[in-house]
Write a protein that binds this ligand. Sequence first.
Ligand code: URC
Length: 330
Amino acid sequence: MSNTAAQVETTLSARYGKDKVRVLRVVREGKWHHVVEYNVTALLEGDIDVSYTEADNSVIVATDSIKNITYYLAKVSPHVLIPERFALHLGTHLVSRYPHIHKAFITIEQLRWSRIPVTEEQEGHTHAFFRDGQDKRIVKAEVDATAGKDKLIGKVTSGISDLLVLKTTGSAFTNFIRDTYTTLAEVSDRIFSTSVELSYTFAPVEIKPPSDEQKLEFSVPGEEAGVIGGREGGVWDAVEVAGRARGVTMDVFAEDDSASVQATLFKMAQLIIAQNAGVQSVTYVLPNKHYIPVDMKYLDVENVVPPSSAEVFMPIAAPSGLISATISRK
Ligand SMILES: O=c1[nH]c(=O)c2[nH]c(=O)[nH]c2[nH]1
């Protein structure tokens, strides 16, 4: 090699922190216990270049400390049960505490724990839970202090991953381009299955830094400041938004007379935007998980024609279609 590393001009863009901080938090409200389980990623940006370029560790908040801060806030934050608020609180704490840290990026994956249904309590068991689905709630929050430590901006994108759904009719796929490469038959009736990945982006919020670290005050631009306030369907309303988004996803998937994954995706996204004033854009990534009717003509058994009579299908692990789009409010 002719060049030494020192001769090469470079620029640096750096971010670091702790990944996969696993935390289970119990909140006790008399006999009613609440539980959340999170996988947290907390990453920092700021004046940290010398830790890379000069081997100067004096600017490093150890990732071990970032992990400890995550557990500490899980203990003290009044927002811990709501991942969007908790993520903003954690990010706010990190950029507020360290003068040279200008941005925090918090990702929270929330695992499902639902109350075990019991006959005695309509709302389910007071302190026993079960995993009623492999889908996760995903929250990505950025707390940006580049305009000043007293002018924090919170940007939150929330969503769902791994929501596996399947329907046995109400899905067709016809009228697509036919040319020399086409082998796919038009179908008026097919299985439609996907593993939903949904994300929706909230309007940014101004964060008033906390006077004491257990409190967080937010205000939504253009609206009154308040501890709990903000636009309906906005980030402060995140649990309701999440419930509606999951509901819309499943309702539209079930009820739509689907002309394609693309067309069904668009209907889902439009409804989420229509129902939630604080949501600016919605992205779906939907694999089209193919189920192929098994041809049994060689046995003189009809399983393929007409498509609506197919009963035995072969699930195809790969390849799958992959249909995505982002729909934004104008
Ligand atoms: O809903 C669909 N969209 C496509 O773009 C496509 N392509 C394909 O082969 N099958 C399907 N189905």
